[in-house]
Design a binder for this molecule. Sequence first.
Ligand SMILES: Nc1ncnc2c1ncn2[C@@H]1O[C@H](COP(=O)(O)OP(=O)(O)OP(=O)(O)O)[C@@H](O)[C@H]1O
Ligand SMILES: [Mg+2]
Length: 242
Amino acid sequence: MLKIENLQAGYGKVHVLNGISIDVPKGKVITLIGSNGAGKTTTMRAISGMIKPISGTITLNGKSIHGMESNQIAKLGLAHSPEGRRVFSTMTVTDNLLLGAFPRLTGSRPKGDVKGDLERAMELFPRLQERRQQLAGTLSGGEQQMLAMARAVMLNPEVILLDEPSMGLAPILVEEVFKIILRLKSEGVTMLLVEQFAAAALNVADYAYVLENGSISVHGDADKLKNDPAVQAAYLGTGSHH
Ligand SMILES: Nc1ncnc2c1ncn2[C@@H]1O[C@H](COP(=O)(O)OP(=O)(O)OP(=O)(O)O)[C@@H](O)[C@H]1O
Ligand SMILES: [Mg+2]
């Protein structure tokens, strides 16, 4: 579905990704694990067109999306729930969600049942339901994070990039976010997931890649990496115990 090969990207003269390859097959949840500054967000940004890659190939369903504008990439069915709360603060919750469905409303994506999906998004995130007429900028940080994720889902995407969807959320809501990820997975949504809670990410993912200093150091089945002593020591906070 989504295939990244030899991707190099960065910011101006700052080279971050040194040629990484990631395969995100249809219906699977793939997680990208790595320390702060490893390049996870940069990877997501390069895929969704927020920054222009330096070199490498990125294909969505066999079609190259490398170097395309992010709105064009969204039209092809790739949604990005970015790190931090990138919501439209002067618009209501409902309007933010409808904006996520924009390519469906303008005919560049299959329309489907936008109204039904809006109700479904509200059902997935009851917090948003209660605040549907509230301006997004007045939501709490955690609520804005949920709105960003719900907005990505509103595209009815083929594949969704989730960059730290649980950031800033209280523990009970973190659990809720992982439940939603599992629910989307059971509905066949393909996902590339970056999460600070690496153990939880490995629990919902099928396959995982470890990013170290802009290069993939290890990759394998999520179950396998979960039990890998080096991965445990570096990312799961369990290495030195027991
Ligand atoms: N806009 C920018 N301009 C210059 N350098 C940047 C920019 N954004 C990120 N970087 C640098 O790129 C490197 C990778 O950052 P990135 O945000 O991809 O890391 P990350 O793996 O997502 O980290 P975190 O877990 O903290 O979110 C870092 O060294 C960072 O300082
Ligand atoms: Mg990041």
